[in-house]
Write a protein that binds this ligand. Sequence first.
Ligand SMILES: Cc1cc2nc3c(=O)[nH]c(=O)nc-3n(C[C@H](O)[C@H](O)[C@H](O)COP(=O)(O)OP(=O)(O)OC[C@H]3O[C@@H](n4cnc5c(N)ncnc54)[C@H](O)[C@@H]3O)c2cc1C
Length: 402
Amino acid sequence: MDLSYGSEMEGFREEVLAFLEENWPLKGDEADLPFDRATSLFRERAIAGGYLYRNIPKQYGGSEREPDVLRAQIIREEFGKKWAPLEARGIGTMMLVPTLLERGEEWQKEKFVRPTITGECTWCQGYSEPGSGSDLASLKTRGELVGDDWVINGQKIWTSGAHVADYMFCLVRTEPGESKHAGISYLLIDMKQPGIEVRPLKMMTGSADFNEVFFNDVHTPKDWIVGKRGEGWLVSRTTLKHERNSIGAAAQTRAALGGLVKLAKATEVNGRPALEDASIRQRLAEIEGYVKAHQYSGYRQLTKDGKGEEAGIITMMMKLYSTEIGHKTAKLSMDLIDDQGLLSAGATHLGLQPKSGQGWIGQYMYSLGIAVAGGTANIQRNVIGERGLGLPRDAAANRSSS
Ligand SMILES: Cc1cc2nc3c(=O)[nH]c(=O)nc-3n(C[C@H](O)[C@H](O)[C@H](O)COP(=O)(O)OP(=O)(O)OC[C@H]3O[C@@H](n4cnc5c(N)ncnc54)[C@H](O)[C@@H]3O)c2cc1C
């Protein structure tokens, strides 16, 4: 098995390195620019150089390059090593933009893609409802066409970022007579209008990042629909594929393991560095094994993508690996920090917080939630078992996940 990217790609790596050498961090007078300004200036240059937003046409603000998974991977690797800004993250950029590019009307791309990738407008995802999470197709929020507007009534829940979002991409039942899946449409909704009530839900981390959203005669124009009436389920599958991709990146699990090893060096078990303790070493070795498997599954995904084949089940495995490893890593960190963790919510006094900057305890709590977001681990296992291993279908028919 040849895991190298080949001489042409290594030449491209040199080109990326030369670009970074010249442009990040910023130099001269620009070195003192505030971080936000420096980031957006760097991104402008990286777009002009063809390194960021490669799959987005120039007319919508991207750099419009031929799809090339290996080049994209090299950019991620080298930018990551230098902590250079990559594409702005956020639900809009990661999930809505690819969906609009694949299925949106021309005017929708013109109106929404550029401001979303530059961060001028932000989005939230209105899929889950009370009672409709894993069984998402049972959702009940209604949309009725009245004149030139959809009029929407109902409730969403667990809507991340709804309290700050300008818009929502939302699944709404518009064809009540149709079957569960066929009766849903994918609507875009302006969040800044009367009739929308956003109630934050406080989490155990102490912050309130997600919300309940209530719709009371909320309006959205007739043509703010992606795909046709009743095709929302199909459109939502595009969005979820991108959500799982973004949750599953293997580089994050490797970085988390690196942080954990440092923590094991800095903490003690029975008066000795934890890293010298046999049971801790065994747990670290086990996590390392999972990280390796995650990495090699990543190569399989890359190979499929490179051949233009659907990565299918591998994408789900990547999401599952990433959330499982995240949880195992965070759980071991809790055991290492021990009762010192009670002193500080983030245990940042150890000076060893993971890259997310949340502190190990925040990371632990986060690891519980992220295994649920984007489709729970149990549901992922069901689908992997059925489609990957050919096991009999789950008795709970029609379940899916948001
Ligand atoms: C951090 C976070 C952010 C989120 N952000 C958003 C967002 O922005 N927008 C949005 O729409 N939603 C969001 N969600 C909601 C998320 O998509 C749902 O929580 C998820 O799909 C599960 O649905 P549920 O909570 O209704 O749980 P349920 O579907 O009720 O599941 C409860 C438990 O039962 C298990 N279960 C259910 N059915 C089966 C089955 N057939 N076989 C085996 N086990 C099963 C599940 O695995 C789970 O453990 C977010 C959730 C989290 C945690």
